[in-house]
Write a protein that binds this ligand. Structure first.
Ligand code: ADP
Length: 262
């Protein structure tokens, strides 16, 4: 194929016999390219808030104490916001690399998805009090036992629910449901927001992919949330589905196999 590259290695078996190893380099090249794109994107994402922080610090220094209090406070709050953005980005970058490192390790602990989702809702209600009253939880009474990594599943629930809270319109409900489907359980999160046009849907789980970059930044997004969800879902044999209607809202769900009883 055009562009395909091969690596050849020859090993001598005996004086008259050789073995030739041929390996297709294209897959390795593609993985290398993805890795370097990722590093370039991550550096760019970190550089933007860093430049803002340095700019405002230098301005404050140049003004040498001559700034009035409201201006100084405004600069300090921008510095704080940008530093928090960097902090969240570093947290998300660490998460994605940890989740990827765990990719082939099947979880072995028995966890209760209902309890994990309930806890995530509680934490988000505390951290986003303005939106807490709009959260509608339909989790049922029973436990939903599955094999899982508790910290990762709680991050998955957190990322999906917080997206619905961020991108759903203020004052409209965010519904979090656990729906039993035979031997599986579906975690479904619906919002009433702008929705997502169909051509964006396949790319949402790519790292740093955002439909509206300015909107994502203004709500504190890093562009890594759904990439993390995808990896955690895969590690738990979960099926991720995103359904959306422009102007109406979005439903993101992940369906996991439950631990078979007995
Ligand atoms: P971000 O940190 O930007 O929210 P995510 O990876 O979580 O990144 O999501 C990627 C993009 O998908 C977002 O920037 C946003 O454009 C879109 N998105 C995710 N969830 C929703 C939702 N519930 N409604 C509308 N758009 C969404």
């Amino acid at each position: 194929r055009p562009g395909q590259r091969w690596t050849m290695r020859i090993a001598e078996l005996s004086g008259s016999e050789n073995i030739i190893f041929l390996s297709d380099r294209s897959a390795i090249d593609a993985a290398d390219r993805m890795r370097s794109d990722f590093v370039a994107n991550a550096s760019h994402e970190l550089r933007t808030p860093l430049a803002a922080i340095l700019g405002y610090v230098e301005t404050l220094q140049e003004m040498n104490g001559e700034t009035d209090a409201p201006t100084r406070d405004r600069f300090l709050s921008i510095i704080e916001r940008e530093a928090r953005r960097m902090q969240q980005l570093v947290i998300d970058l660490l998460s994605i690399s940890r989740v990827e490192a765990d990719r082939f390790r099947r979880p072995t602990a028995t966890v209760d998805l209902a309890m994990i989702v309930r806890t995530a809702i509680g934490q988000l209600s505390d951290s986003e009090p303005a939106r807490a009253k709009d959260l509608v939880a339909k989790l049922g009474d029973g436990a939903q036992p599955m094999l899982g990594d508790e910290a990762q599943l709680s991050q998955l629930a957190h990322n999906i629910i917080s997206n619905a809270m961020k991108y759903g319109h203020a004052g409209t409900p965010v519904t979090v449901e656990l729906i039993r489907e035979g031997s599986r359980v579906r975690l479904s999160v619906s919002d009433q927001g702008d929705g997502i046009a169909p051509d964006h849907l396949p790319r949402l789980t790519e790292r740093f992919y955002r439909v509206d970059e300015a909107r994502s930044r203004s709500v504190g997004g890093t562009g890594l949330g759904l990439a993390i969800v995808k990896h955690i879902g895969e590690r738990h044999q979960g099926q991720l589905d995103i359904d959306s209607q422009v102007g109406r809202g979005t439903r993101v769900s992940v369906t996991f196999p439950l631990l078979s009883e007995g």
